[in-house]
Each structure stands twice: as C-alpha cells, then as structure tokens.
Design a binder for this molecule. Sequence first.
Ligand code: HEM
Length: 493
Amino acid sequence: MSPRAAAQPPPLGRVGLAAPLLQGRDPGSARPPSPDLIVNTATPSLALRETPKVPGLPLLGSVLGMARDPARFFLDCYRRYGPVCRLSMLGQDYVLIAGPEAANFLGTREGKESLRSREFWEGLINEYGATRTLTSEDGEAHKQLRDIMRRGYSKESIKGRYNELIEITDRCFARDWPAGKRVPVVEAMQYMVVDQLGTILTGAAPLEYVRDIRITILHILNVLVTRQRPKILLKRPVYKKAKARVFELGQKMIAEAKARYTRIKPEERNLIDDIMAAHIETPDVMPASDLIVTLTGPYVAGLDTVANTTAAIVYTVLKHPGVLARVQAEVDALFAEGAVDEDALLKRLPSLQGAIMETMRLYPIAVAQMRTATRDFVFDGHQIREGEMIYIGTSVPHFMEEFWPEPQKFDIDRYAKPRAEHLQPGAYSPYGRGPHTCLGKSLAEVQIALSMARVFYKLDLELESPDYQLKTKTAPTPGPAMDFKVRVKGFRH
Ligand code: HEM
C-alpha cells in the first residue's frame, strides 16, 4: 500500500434505524435520560461541557486506531470520553457522537433537522455527472426520492418469487462452489448477490457486467465515499474501463425501461420501471442526468453489504459446530417440504435468524454514519457547530455489556423472547437509523435468510482449521477479508 493510501482516513461503513428515546449520558449505563442530554438549537440554559479531544499523532491524528478496527476505536472513545468527543484525521476535525444516545438521536426531529448527508456523497454524484442520489438528500427532496423507490426496494418485489430466488442461489453454488475446492467466500457471495438482485429488482441479471460493477463500486466507495484511498486510483485504466462498462449497462437499462414504459401496467412495475416512470412523468424530480446512478444503485447498496454479511455468517456458523447442527436441522426440515414462503422463513428458522442477527451485531457493515451539522446544536451538553463533520457511532452499543451480557460471545439465543436483547432502545442498529435507514432492509432480510438457508442445506463446508480466526478488512465496507476461504467438502443435498 502506498504511504498516501495508508494515510487515508479510515472506513466509515454505511450509516444509521430510528427509535426515539434518549438514554442516560453516563457511558456504560442505561439509566434514564439526563435533562442536559436534550438537544436544542436555542441558547442552552445549562452550562456547556468542554468536549474532550482524542489525543493522536501529529497530522495523522486518529487514523491508525480507526484503520485497525473502527468499531473498537469508537467503543474505546465512548468509554473513555462519553457520548461526545472530538478527533482529527489528516488535518480534518471531526466530532464523534456515539452510543445509544447518538443512535436514538438520528430518529428524532432534532436529529433530522440538525444533520445532512450531502457532503458525504458529493464525490460519487460528480463522478456519475448526476445532480443527487437518494443517499445524498434530506428533508422533502429525500422523501420524494424514497417514495419513488419504496415499492421497488421492498420485499413486495420478491413476494411469490422465493422459489425463483432459490433457483438462482443453487445455480451460483453449481458455478462458484465446486466440490473439493477452497472457495473465496466474499467474492463468491458478490457474484450471488448481483445474480439475485439483478433478477429480482431489475428483471435481468447482468452477469457479464459483474466484474465491472465490482471494480467500479470498489473504487468509488474507497476513493470518493469513504475516502480511504487516493484519487489517483480513479485514473487507473482498469477502473476507467469498468466504469465505462457500467455506464453502458446503465444506458441499456434506460433503453429497456423506456421501451417497457408504455407496455406494462403500473402495478406490474419493478424498481427500474418506477424510476423510469418518475423520469418520464416528473423529470424535475428524476432528471436524465440522475438515471444511471439511480438505476445501478441497487448494486452499490446491496453488493458489499449483503456479500460481507453473508460471508461473515458462513464463518460464525462454521466456527460454532453446535450452531451449525441446529441450523442444518432447521433447514433440512424446511426444504424437505418443498416450496417455501415468508412465514416459513421467519417462523421455522429461529436458530438461523439468531445466527444472522448475532453476526450482524458482531460484524456490522455500518460501523458509523457520517453527517454534517446543518446548524449549531447542543448534544449532551456539548456545543456542535454548523458545518462540522460528525461520525455517529451507532455500532458502539452492539458491544456494550449493559445491553448484551458477555458481548463478545456468539450467542444466537439473545434475540428470542423473553431475552430480546436487541429491543432495548438504541442497542441494535445494523440497518442504520433515522430517515436514511436502509430502504432495502426487508428485502435484504429475506435475501440473506433464504441464501443462508440454502448455503447450509446444500453445501458441506469447513473452515481451514477449527481454530481458524477470521481476518477482517475495513475498506470499502467492513467485513471478512477477501482471502477468507472455506473448503467445499461436498454437497449435502
Ligand atoms: C446486509 C444487508 C444490508 C445492510 C446491513 C444495510 C445497511 C444499510 C445502512 C446502515 C444504510 C443507511 C445509510 C445511512 O444512514 O447513511 C442503508 C441504506 C440503504 N440501503 Fe441498505 N443495507 C443492506 C442491504 C441492502 C440491500 C440489499 C438493498 C437494496 C438492494 C439496500 C438498499 C439501501 C438503500 C436504497 C439505502 C439508502 C436509503 C436512504 O438513503 O434513504 N440495502 N443500508
């Protein structure tokens, strides 16, 4: 890695779930809210607190701690300094607000009015020659875009198509998981995700573009969104070629969606059709310049998130043979009966659901959300100024013993009643919080549950050794390292 690359700011992951309610300001306690946690923009009546500054290396600041393990770094800051502190990286100052207080803040009116996302996504927008994306907007403009895409991104788009999804998934096993071979899990999952999302959301899986999509996303997220790699990487021929191919795919999608517009009924539209209808009927809301970034959006939103999460689940389940046995018993019973519906997925696979939720707690792809302050406001007695860059450490509570007894332990029974540890306010935010909460959440839940059910039903997998410890990567999205491999011993069914 070049020194420049090594010195880039750390991974951010994606961002924030909404549930109001403020927690106690004493880090590590889940006491009721203290009065001075209340956020306001008016002159605070209580004395402001001095915000602690995280000590760091000259210029580099906190880069190294963040690059090593951002989730750990944010947790340490929260423990040492409380819900608010300041840090710097490469000369840029940031405010970190973390813990259940911060997670809950994202969903409050004050949070919505005090935070915006634009700056974070600006580089991606410019790269596509667009004016905006769903992720970059807030307020009314954001609501308009979410309304256009809500149905297409919802699990309605997958209703009645579970068996089609199973066929796609099995096809991926036959292609990418040969018996007797060691398979790079993240990459194999990336191919599976593009195949699944392409077919379900857009009507066709653009498999011949998978490599181009992966290269383009990797570069754009690393360089322009999370800003962990130098801009010079965007001059690489491999990126330029891949980006041109993604634009070619975008143009094809536009042409096909235009041709379909007059042919299909509104109730038959998929995500792509809804976006095209918005463009034709309300071009001021969805201008031509924004079509490519919006139409190829599902791949940016779903590729790394689902691939990293499913790869991590392969690891956690194989690492715990007792959990593997429980999961296999459930999926064997389910698929022995043939066709699958949503009810079966949610109710008949409690161990698998627990394993998925527990993996998403311990390996969150969204360690923090990044926002800019739209105005001066006071959080937990600390003054935050308009224009300041803010990390919102929503994954910090995932590792707090106040919410999760033995937080480092992989315990898939935490989520069932009466324990239901995830339901404590602010404790669990794998899909983010607030207005930008993952729009594909319900779809992703079905996609992940069905894919993992099929993985453990079909494939007989083993880790390199029983004491194998997963290595993780932090860029562009936190998750298992690309060289994480498992051996396919054979097919179970
Ligand atoms: C493991 C699976 C996934 C996780 C953990 C996840 C997580 C997240 C998070 C944390 C955000 C919030 C970003 C922010 O606040 O800035 C987000 C936004 C979003 N996600 Fe997901 N996501 C997943 C899968 C998907 C999938 C499969 C899709 C659809 C194909 C999707 C579509 C979206 C969209 C469209 C947004 C933007 C919402 C907005 O800005 O209003 N996600 N996701």
